[in-house]
Design a protein around this ligand. Structure first.
Ligand code: UDP
Ligand code: MG
Length: 339
């Protein structure tokens, strides 16, 4: 049908914002992002908040916001499922041609969005991300551990993850579809973004402290997330066990020859007890360590095999952008044309 041919519709950008107990940051974020989006008249957009089971006023604020602004939508989880699940839900529900994911605490500057969009269009790539080039304002211990994590993760893992290259990015729909097709339960987005491929450009920005509220990451939860990251994208720890075992075999073979030789030449005196205990303890320790590593993979496999949903919705609100209808029509027409 030629009527639809030549029809140019505006690009629609979906901005996915996971939020968990963000009553303080939400109004500040909304104000800043709205100012930025009002400077982008050439695009249509939807602001898609994903309330990750907040127990504060975040949900009532979102419920009020959809009445004040019809470009706002929200999804609300039945409990806290974590940011990874919130991002997945946002990606699955977003209707835009381009999809952005960003934190609500304004640590991801909304002012980068116009440049990201321009770069995506001009350079014809599938992803433009924000790359944090400093860690100013962050706790020293956290910076130190994060750096150590990236070093270890990159040695062990098959995909390369760089410090500063986080979740904040604008992606094409086809890249998001690829991410959605990775349906694993133990999700580690930084690795999944790398895993799906697609050309990515980076825009650098300085770290800024969270605008309001508290970080949701405790030291332990960060550590767990980091360990998850390593185990999700690497089987190297498993292989390590075999190398270690081999090394021990070679070592004990040499020791065996040495002890046998010594006994033949000089007779058997009951010495070497300390050496024996040390070797035994080391051996036991390593065995336990590797059983533990094996357990990590078994546990992950166990969770995967349950095929549990990543999240449950409690409610949602707001209207999908009208563009989706137009898009569906276009899709149908192009389908008809191709028949
Ligand atoms: N977040 C979430 N669910 C969680 C934890 C965090 O949706 O269980 C959201 C949070 O509201 C924020 C983003 O993820 O928009 C980043 O969280 P935070 O700022 O606490 O992390 P940090 O910047 O300290 O890494
Ligand atoms: Mg933050």
């Amino acid at each position: 049908m030629f009527i639809m041919e030549g029809v140019k519709r505006m690009d629609c950008i979906s901005i996915v914002v996971p939020c968990f107990n963000e009553e303080e940051a939400l109004p500040l974020f909304y104000e800043r992002i709205s100012a930025v989006l009002s400077e982008m008249p050439q695009i249509d957009y939807e602001l898609l908040f994903v309330d990750d089971g907040s127990s504060d006023e975040t949900l009532p604020l979102l419920q009020a916001l959809i009445h004040a602004d019809d470009q706002v939508r929200y999804l609300s989880f039945s409990r806290n499922f974590g940011k990874e699940a919130a991002m997945y839900a946002g990606f699955s529900e977003a209707v835009g041609d381009y999809i952005v994911v960003m934190d609500i605490d304004l640590q991801h500057p909304p002012e980068l969005l116009p440049k990201m969009y321009q770069m995506l269009k001009a350079e014809n790539v599938d992803c433009v991300g924000g790359k944090r080039v400093s860690r100013t304002g962050e706790k020293k211990l956290r910076s130190l551990l994060s750096r150590a994590f990236y070093r270890v993760a990159n040695i062990l893992s098959t995909v390369s993850m760089k410090d500063g290259e986080g979740d904040f990015r604008m992606m094409s729909r086809r890249m998001v579809e690829a991410i959605l097709s990775v349906k694993e339960y133990n999700r580690y987005s930084k690795g999944i973004f790398q895993f799906v491929g697609f050309e990515t450009r980076w825009i650098e920005y300085e770290n800024v402290p969270r605008v309001a509220g508290q970080t949701k990451w405790s030291f332990l939860s960060l550590l767990r997330y980091a360990v998850d990251g390593i185990f999700s994208f690497s089987a190297v720890p498993l292989v390590l066990a075999s190398y270690c075992g081999l090394l021990f075999c070679i070592f004990s073979f040499i020791m065996g020859i040495y002890i046998a030789g010594k006994t033949i030449l000089f007779g058997n005196s009951v010495s070497g007890w300390t050496t024996l205990v040390c070797i035994l303890l080391l051996g036991f320790g390593l065995q336990m360590l590797f059983i533990g590593l094996l357990g990590q993979y078994v546990a992950k496999n166990y969770m995967e095999s349950k095929h549990r949903p990543l999240y449950f919705f409690k409610e949602s609100g707001g209207m999908k952008p009208k563009i989706e209808k137009d898009k569906r029509q276009l899709d149908r027409k192009s389908h008809v044309r191709s028949l």
